[in-house]
Design a protein around this ligand. Structure first.
Ligand code: NDP
Ligand code: MG
Length: 373
């Protein structure tokens, strides 16, 4: 009888948190849930805690995660949305055998420190993001010099075929309507601007220690091939699956063993077309911003993420139009001056500085404020 794994789920009420709860509930006796957290959704938290038989349930708008995260567990799943998950991720690294990371924003802003912290504590980091999980499954870490590049696939989001002019009039509802995935609001908007793929390029740079030139993005509207690794002999290794986050979640929660998932299965016989095309950097300038930020340095990645979080919040609140998101991010990137950020505290301060700058820009009405709807 294999031993049960002890697990924490940070952000259990979200889209990833619920998918993880499904995987755990479908495998009774495999996991013992120590702690689940949510921010404000008290009813959702209670329901998840009951469903999973969790020992502790914390509402982070009221309770601190610090002390409870000191209890050692086998795995912590970081599924909070945004930079708000940074400190709990660092704490989780200190007390978990493995940390499964869905929460990409802290990796974008503090990737080098997160990776160094994991190395210091001997903690395994396991990528949940479907593209990074795909890469993780086909990346030969022992023969990394034989790897020439990775190819991150992108669905292209709901506006893949839209012109810039059409996108400037996009409504909130249209931007939230992702063709293949059902996700939280912030990542759904990021998928519409393709900032999600931009963040993922930076995420991959840190997780797999790859130069920006070794990270390519290709548009693949069907979201079946989740990403690929190209080896020096010309072999291209890919991971395929249905668009269901329960597969990558199952892959990491019981890693290195495989788990049964209640998720959708891919019937390759039913696939008629798989399309791949180069991304359009003009219609989707966020992608170019990612490579620009990697070239400029870690401070620019902090700025990219912070400005984007603020701009997306304002779009979700109806204060700016869709085009205003990348306009505000572009402004803040222009204003961002090079700074060394050796500690988490430095990163947080710089993040706050960029948030203030972006908020002021938006409040001054400098963005294309035409809100459609
Ligand atoms: P959701 O918005 O659906 O869920 C976010 C979770 O985090 C909720 O449990 C929420 O609690 C909690 N939370 C929100 N704000 C805070 C805060 N300030 N402090 C602590 N907890 C907070 O997000 P998703 O599940 O969609 O995404 C989570 C992360 O995973 C993101 O970083 C996203 O980019 C990444 N990801 C998501 C994918 C997906 O398919 N959804 C795919 C790949 C990556 P409450 O409900 O109480 O607000
Ligand atoms: Mg992804």
């Amino acid at each position: 009888m294999p031993q049960t794994k002890t697990i924490n789920i940070l952000g259990v009420t979200g889209s990833i948190g619920c998918a993880a709860a499904d995987v755990i509930a479908a495998n009774p006796g495999t996991f013992e849930v120590n702690l689940v957290s949510a921010h404000e959704d008290e009813a959702g938290l209670r329901e998840a805690a009951q469903r999973l038989g969790a020992k502790h349930a914390l509402l982070t708008s009221r309770d601190s995660l610090d002390a409870p995260l000191e209890t050692p567990v086998d795995v912590t799943l970081c599924a909070i949305s945004g930079m708000a998950g940074l400190l709990s991720m660092m704490r989780a690294i200190e007390s978990s055998g493995a940390v499964a990371i869905a929460n990409k924003e802290p990796l974008v802003a503090a990737g080098a420190l997160v990776m160094a912290h994991a190395a210091k504590h001997g903690t395994t980091l396991l990528p949940v993001d479907s593209e990074h999980n795909a890469i993780f499954q086909v990346f030969d870490f022992e023969k990394r010099t034989a790897i020439e590049k990775i190819i991150l696939t992108a669905s292209g989001g709901p506006f893949r075929t839209w012109s810039l002019e059409q996108m400037s009039r996009a409504t909130l509802e249209q931007a939230l309507a992702h063709p293949n995935w059902s996700m939280g609001k912030k990542i759904s908007i990021d998928s519409a601007t393709m900032m999600n793929k931009a963040l993922e390029v930076i995420e991959a740079h840190y997780l797999f220690d790859l130069a920006p030139e070794a990270i390519e993005v290709v548009i693949h509207p069907q979201s079946i091939v989740h990403s690929m690794v190209e080896y020096c002999d010309g072999s291209l290794l890919a991971q395929l699956g249905a668009s269901d986050m329960r597969t990558p979640i199952a892959n990491v929660l019981n890693w290195p063993e495989r788990l049964k998932t209640p998720g959708q299965r891919l019937d390759v016989k039913a696939l008629s077309t798989l399309e791949f095309e180069a991304p359009d950097f003009e219609r989707f300038p966020a992608l170019a911003m990612a490579y620009e930020c990697l070239a400029r340095g870690p401070y620019a990645c902090v700025a990219l993420n912070a400005a984007n979080e603020v701009a997306v919040e304002h779009f979700l609140g109806g204060y700016i139009g869709f085009a205003g998101i990348l306009e505000a991010v572009g402004y803040s990137l222009q204003q961002a001056a090079p700074t060394e950020l050796p500690t988490i505290n430095d990163i947080q301060k710089y993040d706050e500085h960029i948030r203030a700058l972006t908020t002021a820009y938006i409040k001054n009405g400098a963005t294309q404020t035409a809100v459609s709807g």
